[in-house]
Design a protein around this ligand. Structure first.
Ligand code: ARG
Length: 311
């Protein structure tokens, strides 16, 4: 466990000879390890429509290869001790495999996504039912808000960056803020370029104060918000985006899991103490996503602890 710098309450008691200072601090789990993580198998995955510039229904998805890629990645998550939970895929919802977009999970509550495109809207009913069956209290953003889960909410501990302009909107973010009021939104940035239709295609936290990002995906004001809020930033080249969707990565401890990356990026990451593990995602990139979009880890809840410090 790591303690946040925020000391949210402070009180002083006096027992005659000794002062005990009690303070309540918010703690967060160190990383996503052992975190409950939801996935949806690629049983019905395909590219049958186009709602982002990467999707071309005339390019065939190799369904067998998609399964192999997905299974290899999921095996690695299991070996690392994540608590995996599978959501049943549904025929007619080919994008359900990108479960990271399904919503946000916090404690026993699930904030279900409201999708912008009618092609993905039917997924919401399936998620509502699936999470209710698992015992979660399901919350819906009010219509006409749009919120596409971790697709547009990039989060580490209690720090979040939100992205709007292509899919999610400000009303969706209001629903998110009500759902997770402890979260400090350090930047709310516009995504002007349709190639970066989700925030998760353009930025990821590597730790609390480190990000990997593609600066040109943002407006000048968005970029400066990010640069003011995050101390250590690794800028990715256009090649690493086009070839590998490099910002769509998953961090477990000091390992960055990604589709692939250039030797330059690998060196930069090594310089910051991270090692790269590659999980080729060719078939999922045809749908516009990479491995980060395949997983929906529950958000870490702040744990209120009381520290007693005798002085
Ligand atoms: N075809 C899906 C869509 O356009 C891909 C979503 C991938 N998820 C992501 N967070 N980028 O919605």
């Amino acid at each position: 466990m790591r303690y946040s710098a925020e000391k949210s309450k402070f009180s002083v008691t006096h027992d005659g000879s000794l002062f005990a200072r009690m303070r309540r601090v918010d703690c967060f789990a160190e990383s996503t390890m052992t975190t409950r993580t939801f996935l949806c198998p690629p049983t019905f995955y395909d590219v049958t429509y186009s709602i982002n510039p990467y999707m071309d229904p005339s390019v065939k998805v190799d369904r067998v290869l998609a399964w192999r890629q997905w299974v290899r990645f999921v095996d690695a998550l299991e070996r690392r001790g994540l608590d995996l939970q599978f959501i049943e895929p549904r025929d007619g919802c080919p994008d359900m495999v990108f479960l990271g977009d399904a919503g946000l999970v916090l404690g026993d509550r699930f904030l279900c996504s409201r999708f912008r495109h009618r092609e993905r809207q039917p997924e919401a009913d399936h998620y509502t039912r699936a999470f209710a069956d698992l015992g979660y209290q399901v919350i819906q953003p009010p219509s006409p808000a749009v919120l596409e889960g971790l697709g547009d909410v990039t989060i580490w501990g209690n720090r979040a960056i939100l992205g709007y302009g292509q899919r999610s909107d400000r009303a969706g973010f209001d629903a998110f803020r009500r759902f997770a009021p402890f979260v400090d939104v350090i930047a709310e940035v516009e995504l002007p370029d349709p190639r970066f239709y989700h925030l998760a295609t353009a930025i990821a936290f590597l730790d609390e104060d480190t990000i990997i990002y593609y600066p040109d995906a943002f407006t000048r004001s968005g970029r400066s918000q990010i640069e003011r809020a995050v101390g250590r930033r690794i800028a990715v080249s256009e090649r690493d985006i086009l070839d590998h969707q490099a910002c769509n990565c998953l961090v477990l401890g000091d390992t960055v899991m990604m589709d692939g990356c250039s030797s330059g990026l690998e060196r930069q990451l090594a310089g910051c103490g991270f090692r790269v593990e590659t999980y080729p995602m060719s078939e999922f990139k045809k749908g516009g996503g990479s491995l980060r979009c395949l997983v929906l880890p529950a958000l870490s809840e702040p744990v209120h602890a009381t520290l007693e410090i005798a002085s």
